[in-house]
Structures are given as structure tokens and as C-alpha cells.
Design a protein around this ligand. Structure first.
Ligand code: NDP
Length: 243
């Protein structure tokens, strides 16, 4: 099952949802290129788990929002990789606060991580996918893009922008055999929600529980697979029934 399907690049794959996606795709036979920003120990643990389940891959550190880091890194990866079949734009951050009090830096870093990250990663990978007429791009948005949520104007804007960008790009590359979709998780048990008022939020979830990273990863795996061959430009919610 090793490398027979080409490579899958996953941003923010050292922890949480990105790590679960990396493991699912590794088990499906993809060579995993796992990006992270700073937590090298977590990234090395992810790579060890990929190898532990019979997969292969590598880790690469750069900030997806920083064009000076991201573009040379992506060019280098694309130049030495025969096929990148999958790109998962997963890296994302929060910097919550009421909008009228929000420092400019909290607005910029949240939007840059999501939207400049999408730009910096998706363009070079699409240029690699287009000649092969094959590929799947999945970006991780959030329920916050779809439902109003106090204190997350920056995050909601970033994730709604991600949906808009993804659907536009999907329309551009659909005839080229490349599918572009979005997964919008609800509340998922990762480091990101460690300070969230989980009990309050649980009461808003019809299934009355927090989701698992693996439950998001399995949907991403499906969207990347040939089983989803007629699905593009869609937003799939994984949120326990929130609406
Ligand atoms: P975590 O905080 O658990 O993990 C985030 C990962 O992204 C880490 O590996 C981190 O790297 C990496 N990362 C963050 N910023 C950058 C950057 N600028 N460049 C490269 N890597 C970066 O988050 P989750 O797993 O919870 O979230 C994953 C995605 O899912 C995000 O886009 C998030 O917005 C979205 N999401 C999460 C929900 C949740 O409830 N958890 C709900 C809805 C959406 P490092 O380890 O080096 O810091």
C-alpha cells in the first residue's frame, strides 16, 4: 500500500484534525507531506504514527501565511514530487474577541493563515495537478462561516472567504479533472477548543456531543477519493446537526 497513489500535502498536520487527516490518507496509500508551523515534536510524532500504520511521508515546517517561506517551500516540493494528488488546506488559528475591541493584528493573522495560506499553497499545487488532469483540494472551514458566532468576526470572515475562494477555483478547474471542496466542522475535540465554553456550546449541538478529529478526517478522505468523483464546489458540514 506504499505510495501507490501519489502524494497528499496537508497543512497544519502535526496536531488535531490535520494529523487525523494525514493518518487516514496514509492508511489509504498516499505519501504524506505533513506541514506544521513550529511544534516539531508533534510533527515528528505524527510522522512516526504514519510509519507505524505502514505509511510513508515527511514533515516540513513553514508558516503557510508567510509568502517568503511558503512559496519557495512549495516550489521545492513540487519540483521533486512526481504527483500531488491531494491538497488539504487545514492550517487555521483563532484569535477571538469582540469586534470593536479586536486588535488589527488579530484580524490580520487569522485571515492571513486561512486566506493567504490558501493562496500560497493552492496555486503551486494546482499548477502541478493541471497537466495530470487529476487532483482533489479540500479546505477546512468552520461552522463559524455559516452560523453567527459572537467574538469570531475575524475567524468567520476567514472561513467564509475560504468557502468563496474554494468554490470559485472549483468552477475554474472542474473541466480539468480537479475537484475543490470544503469541509466545515463544528466543535471538534482538539487543542484549538481547550479554552472554549464546551458545556455551553454542547447545548447548541443536536447530537449533544463534541466531534472527533477522525470524524472530520473520514469525510476528507471520502472527498479525496474516487467515490466522490462527481462532487465539487461543495461545503460539507460535520457538526452533529448544528444549523
Ligand atoms: P489545532 O490548533 O489543534 O492544530 C492546528 C495545526 O495547524 C497545528 O499543527 C499547527 O502547527 C498548524 N498551524 C497553525 N498555523 C499555521 C501556519 N500559519 N502555518 C502552518 N501551520 C500552522 O487545530 P485543529 O486541528 O482544531 O484545527 C484544524 C483546522 O480545523 C483549522 O483550520 C480550524 O480552524 C478548523 N476547525 C477546527 C474546529 C475545532 O473545533 N477544533 C472547528 C472548525 C474548524 P503547530 O503544531 O506547529 O503549531
Amino acid at each position: 500500500m506504499k505510495n501507490e497513489k501519489g502524494a497528499a500535502f496537508i497543512s497544519g498536520a502535526a496536531r488535531g484534525i490535520g494529523k487525523a487527516i494525514a493518518l487516514e490518507l496514509a492508511k489509504s496509500g498516499y505519501y504524506i507531506i505533513a506541514n506544521y508551523r513550529s511544534n516539531a515534536k508533534a510533527a515528528e510524532d505524527t510522522l512516526a504514527e504514519i510509519r507505524g500504520c505502514g505509511g510513508e511521508g515527511e514533515i516540513i515546517a513553514f508558516d503557510v501565511a508567510d509568502t517568503q517561506q511558503a512559496l519557495p517551500a512549495m516550489e521545492e516540493i513540487c519540483s521533486r514530487t512526481d504527483r500531488i494528488d491531494i491538497l488539504v488546506n487545514n492550517a487555521g488559528i483563532t484569535a477571538d474577541g469582540l469586534f470593536v475591541m479586536m486588535p488589527e493584528n488579530d484580524w490580520n493573522t487569522v485571515l492571513d493563515t486561512t486566506l493567504k495560506g490558501f493562496y500560497n499553497l493552492t496555486r503551486p499545487v494546482l499548477k502541478k495537478m493541471i497537466p495530470k488532469k487529476k487532483g482533489s483540494v479540500v479546505s477546512i472551514a468552520s461552522v463559524a462561516a455559516l452560523l453567527p458566532n459572537r467574538g469570531q468576526a475575524n475567524y468567520s470572515a476567514a472561513k467564509a472567504g475560504l468557502i468563496g475562494a474554494s468554490r470559485s477555483v472549483a468552477a475554474e478547474v472542474a473541466r480539468l479533472g480537479i475537484r475543490v471542496n470544503v469541509v466545515a466542522p463544528g466543535l471538534i475535540e482538539t487543542d484549538m477548543i481547550q479554552d472554549a465554553p464546551v458545556q455551553n456550546i454542547k447545548s447548541m449541538i443536536p447530537m449533544a456531543r463534541i466531534g472527533k478529529a477522525e470524524e472530520v478526517a473520514k469525510v476528507v478522505k471520502f472527498l479525496c477519493s474516487d467515490d466522490a468523483s462527481y462532487i465539487t464546489a461543495q461545503v460539507i458540514s460535520v457538526n452533529g446537526g448544528m444549523f
